[in-house]
Ligand binder design. Structure first.
Ligand SMILES: NC(=O)c1ccc[n+]([C@@H]2O[C@H](COP(=O)([O-])OP(=O)(O)OC[C@H]3O[C@@H](n4cnc5c(N)ncnc54)[C@H](OP(=O)(O)O)[C@@H]3O)[C@@H](O)[C@H]2O)c1
Length: 409
């Protein structure tokens, strides 16, 4: 399929001449397949050439008109380097029963997105081919009895969040508290739910236990550190690769007790010394090969290791003797492949147990950088170069060419 890339200034003038909107009811009648199909249009934005998007025209009351198409971040050739991403045009997603349509204001960028972009992530079969699993925004249409248009929400999706609109299950949304910005809210779901799932559900963490959390200054690592402390860990050990990152961790309200530079120190030796050779009850690992043996050394008897990633490699050597005599358990898990019911229950449990902790600052999304979504290439490069301390978040400016809201009667 051919793609024509034109500078942004040309696009907005072309689109103003074409209203391109349709009512919510026509969207609900739509026969679109539930997967959000997308294709390139003459309005596609080459991110290598343009740097600005049109400014806002906000209207009054939420009487929404949904455009026929939306803008979405796409990948030239379906996979490639960061420079292959551009803002193109996609079909509006269908709103299924119990789902809502959210107009996205901010998108959380995840390491997984960079893997998906390069074709190295197994995207769940029914997920949108558009990248992005977490977002914050405003409900503009609802087929769920629990949600109504106008509500400000943040949510988790199997895909499709790198777009102006997303249709998602009402069960994976949380109403955004007023004190939380859309930028921070966009960084909650994938990171905190992954950490919460690893600690509580898979890791069986209990108050008073000690935990080792790797990639401590990464987005999920920060969430896990804050959760472990705020859920009553006896001691939290964490690792990161620079003094700058360790310093940032020490400044959080829920700071980990022991911050270890894995490049200059042996974390297993420090843990065994600090715990008088007992070790920790739980290891949350993202690193794989390079840390595997030291993780086993760091675990207490009947300790558990939760494997969430393998940043240094997926093949490791395991001493079965240590596994047996220390009665260890090793679990792997991926949040994105969990079925809908599991996700809904996890979101509900997280909301009940943890949402209030954002109000007190015990949990706090650390935003490394907020970028306009036309800087998505830079966003991916920051993660791929291990530069971030916490979340990189994209924001979508209101655009002048779309008629999203019209005043109420
Ligand atoms: N299983 C799941 O459900 C799930 C869910 C979300 C994320 N993940 C995975 O979890 C990992 C972390 O995600 P994230 O969003 O927190 O990523 P992130 O914000 O990009 O942080 C990752 C950090 O890991 C460290 N790192 C990178 N390569 C390393 C290596 N070879 N050895 C040691 N440390 C290394 C780097 O920090 P330093 O400078 O400290 O080295 C990097 O900044 C990723 O692999 C992601 O795919 C899994």
């Amino acid at each position: 399929m051919s793609r024509f890339l034109v500078p942004m200034q040309l696009i907005s003038s072309r689109l103003k001449a074409v209203p391109g909107t349709r009512s919510v009811s026509s969207l609900l009648r739509s026969s679109h397949h539930s997967r959000c199909s997308y294709r390139a249009y003459s309005s596609d934005v080459d991110l290598n050439k343009t740097s600005t998007l049109p400014n806002s025209t906000s209207e009054k009351e939420p009487q929404y008109v949904i455009p026929k198409t939306m803008r979405a971040i796409q990948i030239k050739g379906d996979k490639g380097p960061a420079s292959a991403m551009y803002i193109g045009t996609a079909d509006m997603p269908e709103i299924k029963l119990d789902h809502v349509l959210v107009k996205i204001k901010a998108i959380g960028v995840n390491r997984m997105d960079t893997l998906q972009r390069t074709g190295n992530y197994p995207v769940p079969p029914d997920a949108s081919p558009i990248m992005g699993v977490e977002f914050s925004g405003e409900i503009v249409s609802s087929r769920s009895s629990s949600w109504k248009p106008g509500q400000q929400v943040f949510g988790l999706a199997y895909g499709g969040a790198y777009a102006e609109y997303i249709a998602v299950s009402g069960g994976t949304l949380i109403e955004k508290p007023d004190y939380m910005s859309h930028v921070k809210a966009a960084g909650v779901m994938e990171t905190y739910l992954t950490a919460y799932d690893a600690l509580k559900k898979t890791g069986k963490f209990e108050r008073g236990q000690s935990v080792l959390i790797h990639t401590g200054a990464g987005a999920v690592g920060i969430a896990a550190n804050q959760l472990a402390k705020s859920l009553g860990a006896h001691e939290v050990f964490t690792t990161a690769g620079s003094e700058e990152k360790l310093q940032a961790l020490s400044e959080m309200k829920s700071a980990p007790d022991h911050r270890i530079n894995y490049r200059t120190e042996q974390f297993d030796e420090i843990i065994l010394r600090q715990t008088k050779n007992t070790g920790v009850n739980l290891v949350i690992d993202f690193v794989g090969k390079d840390f595997f043996e030291k993780n086993i050394n760091s675990l207490a008897k009947e300790g558990r290791m939760i494997c969430l990633g393998f940043l240094s490699g997926s093949k490791a050597t395991l001493s079965l003797a240590k596994l047996l005599f220390k009665k260890l358990s090793i679990h792997g898990t991926t949040l994105r492949s969990r079925p809908k019911d599991y996700m809904n229950a996890l979101v509900a449990s997280f909301k009940d147990t943890c949402l209030d902790k954002f109000a007190t600052g015990d949990l706090d999304v650390v935003v490394h950088k907020e970028l306009d979504w036309n800087k998505v290439q830079e966003a991916h490069e920051i993660l791929e170069n291990n530069q971030n301390i916490g979340k990189v978040v994209l924001t979508i400016p209101e655009s002048t060419e779309e008629a999203v809201k019209t005043p109420a009667e």
